[in-house]
Design a protein around this ligand. Structure first.
Ligand code: 1GP
Length: 248
């Protein structure tokens, strides 16, 4: 495979992509289930898997989940980190992400200093990414002590996204939180998209074709779904959300 960044950016040049988020905590995801989801989501048209969760991630369960989805689907597995003590070479690369509106230095840069030597030693490809948590923010906001951007506070979201670009981040991720009852608004997506030149990832609370389509039409370059994929077993419904995200 080409490098992870090249793979993702080439696809995003052609249109919005879909990323499937899986939580590797074995209490939530067995290896068999990971493989089953991987095959289903590849068939549905998803472009890559993100592996991560706010709690319970270890190097072992991360490695096992990444290996399972890569083997079963042939698609890339991206580490979506939360725990600076967990790292694995079983991924194709990682989003090396700073939570810009966290109030805990661990999630802004201190955790990065802890994990960077291991990432370098293992030769893992990193893509620098800004992660900005929008209300309601859910578990990730609580765990990372984020000062959430208000759902309607477009100026603050634009400010963070511009700062991200000025800091050299190559991706911006607006996150409403896993399981959010309302995703990032189309108005916020479109204002942020207009302000920046790097690809924009949108996630949190997207579980219908309509919500996916709204995010794509507003300017998302990548749309992430997690909870919905874990809960839905109907392949037609999974496909309808992925297709709406991608506009195919
Ligand atoms: C969470 O953006 C992702 O980090 C996905 O959210 O689980 O609500 O799809 P959902």
């Amino acid at each position: 495979m080409t490098g992870l960044k090249e793979y993702l950016f080439e696809r995003m040049k052609k249109g919005t992509i879909h990323l499937t988020l899986l939580d590797p905590d074995p209490e939530k995801l067995s290896e068999e289930k990971a493989k089953e989801i991987a095959v289903k989501m590849k068939e549905a048209g998803s472009d890559a898997f993100m592996i991560g969760g706010s709690t319970g991630v270890t190097s072992e369960n991360l490695g096992a989940a990444a290996k399972a989805v890569r083997t079963a689907s042939g698609l890339p597995a991206i580490y979506f980190p939360s725990n600076p003590r967990a790292v694995t070479s079983e991924v194709d690369g990682m989003f090396f992400m700073s939570i810009l509106n966290s109030t805990d230095p661990l999630y802004i840069s201190h955790g990065h200093a802890m994990v960077a030597p291991y990432v370098a030693k293992l030769g893992i490809e990193t893509i620098p990414m800004a992660y900005i948590i929008i209300e309601p923010g859910m578990t990730v906001a609580r765990v990372t002590k984020a000062k959430c951007v208000g759902h309607d506070d477009i100026d603050t979201a634009v400010g963070y996204a511009l700062a991200a670009e000025m800091l050299g981040m190559q991706l911006v991720y607006l996150e409403a939180g896993s399981g959010a009852d309302r995703p990032v608004s189309p108005e916020m997506i479109s204002a942020v998209k207009k302000a920046i030149h790097v690809p924009l990832i949108i996630g949190g609370g997207i579980r219908t074709p309509e919500a996916a389509e709204r995010a794509r039409k507003a300017g998302a370059d990548a749309i992430v779904t997690g909870t919905f994929v874990e809960q839905c077993s109907d392949e037609n419904v999974l496909r309808s959300v992925v297709h709406a995200a991608k506009g195919i």
